[in-house]
Write a protein that binds this ligand. Structure first.
Ligand SMILES: O=C(O)C1=C[C@@H](OP(=O)(O)O)[C@@H](O)[C@H](O)C1
Ligand SMILES: C=C(OP(=O)(O)O)C(=O)O
Length: 427
């Protein structure tokens, strides 16, 4: 059992680079011509899985303390992997890479850990197949391992039933190899990092409302210098911690606040949070800023509809905030949480209930009556990094010690999480 007693959080922190942007920088750098240099790359297990897969396909990628350098050979020069491509725990790698592999001239197999082998892949198998891809779930259960035989692809207009950046990006990346134009329309706009980065690398990508269109051109992608903003999904844990631990004031520097990712800020402000946004600027098309967060008295709210994709990975930590807030918080339209690294509705409801919260699972979200005191207990992370880190933040305001099983999963997105947290409460 661990007991972290915290009276306040103070100081300044730069969180590691954004996971979604780090993945895309490796992928597009590998498909571009020439040198791509990435700074503030997220050195977490998921992004290292992406590096490993592209190295397996002959791409030269070198990592030093500050930079990842990729020597790309253009769209058509990946080589056939000698063995199965292992994406580890990373859904983003599995789905985006499938789109790229669909347009190659070789066969490949993708697999991953137990969690990856149970995540839904039909959502990419169907649209990629309608582009002409030869892609199959090896065990016929619509999950990985996937076998992909590179084929000639044709552009499609796809109406996606879900707002998923992984589905959208998989199709757009396949669209780089297709004859003609490919477009994806989403019910709501999901994170647009692929669109912004494709544009930065020179691709012809346009967005109109929630329809994204890619038209391949004779000009191939050109290597770029990419500065990855701090990950708002990682910053979210410290935003929440500073809001709920009394007498806190922290500054989070260089955080990506792309409007397709900033739902956590909007919801916190709606709940009464004192968050100031300073020093806004743009890097490689991505909006970045410093956030100043002070302890605040929070009120419950309703979270639903088009804001959901902009905060989907932050719902576990938002559920912790809702336990502390006065009044009721209702989270709807978030059934996607059930098919992440774990069933995050189930995992958060079970753990927070065990800590004493009044929280109930619904079909597509949760209902939380806030204001009940939280108590330390034994937490089951379900090997899900976001569940683990959210529960560690809840433990800061719980009485008594909290224990956590399998917290090494935090290495997926934030290997230095505990050190960074201790920096803020030892000031
Ligand atoms: O494209 C991405 O980088 C991601 C998209 C989201 O998944 P979905 O596209 O499945 O919603 C998100 O949950 C995941 O952490 C990263
Ligand atoms: C859902 C997540 O990642 P992925 O889908 O890439 O496994 C996440 O990081 O919360």
């Amino acid at each position: 059992m661990n007991s972290i007693t915290v009276s306040s959080l103070k100081g300044e922190l730069s969180v590691p680079g954004d996971k979604s942007i780090s993945h895309r920088a490796i992928m597009l750098g590998s498909l571009a011509n020439g040198l791509t240099e990435i700074t503030n790359f997220l050195d977490g297990e998921d992004c290292l899985s992406t590096i490993r897969c592209f190295k397996e396909m002959g791409i030269k990628i070198t990592q030093t303390k500050d930079t990842v350098a990729i020597t790309g050979n253009g769209l058509y020069n990946l080589s056939a992997p000698k063995s199965t491509l292992n994406v580890g725990n990373s859904g983003t790698t599995a789905r985006l890479l499938s789109g790229i592999l669909a347009g190659q001239t070789f066969e490949s197999t993708i697999t991953g850990d137990e969690s990856i082998q149970s995540r839904p892949m039909k959502r990419i198998i169907e649209p990629l197949s309608s582009m002409g891809a030869d892609i199959a779930s090896i065990y016929g259960n619509d999950c990985a391992p996937l076998h992909i035989k590179g084929s000639k692809l044709t552009g499609i207009s796809y109406q996606s039933p879900i707002a998923s950046a992984q589905v959208k990006s998989s199709i757009l990346f396949a669209g780089l190899y297709a004859d003609g134009t490919t477009s994806v329309t989403e019910p709501y706009l999901s994170r647009n990092h692929s669109e912004l980065m494709l544009q930065a690398f020179g691709a012809n990508v346009k967005t109109e409302n929630t329809t994204i269109t890619i038209t391949p051109s004779v000009n191939e992608l050109a290597g770029q210098k990419i500065k990855v903003p701090g990950d708002i999904s990682s910053a979210a844990y410290f935003i929440a911690a500073a809001l709920i631990v009394p007498n806190s004031e922290i500054k989070l520097c260089n955080i990506g606040i792309n409007p397709t990712r900033d739902g956590i800020l909007q919801i916190c402000q709606k709940m009464g949070a004192d968050i100031k946004i300073e020093n806004q600027h743009t890097t490689n098309g991505e909006l970045v800023a410093d956030l100043i967060v002070r302890s605040s008295s929070l009120t419950g709210t309703t979270i639903e509809g088009e804001i959901i994709p902009t905060l989907i990975d932050e719902i576990p930590i938002i559920s912790v905030l809702a336990c502390v807030a006065n009044g009721t918080t209702i989270i709807k339209d978030a059934a996607e949480l059930k098919v992440k690294e774990s069933n995050r509705i189930d995992a958060m409801v079970k753990n927070l209930s065990k800590m004493g919260a009044d929280i109930t699972a619904t079909e597509d979200g949760m209902i939380i009556h806030g204001g009940k005191p939280l108590h330390g207990t034994l937490i089951d992370s379900k090997k899900d990094h976001r569940v683990a880190m959210s529960c560690i933040i809840a433990s800061l305001i719980a009485d008594g010690p909290t224990g956590l099983s399998d917290f090494s999963c935090i290495n997926i997105s934030y290997p230095n999480f505990l050190n960074d947290l201790s920096k803020l409460h030892s000031q």
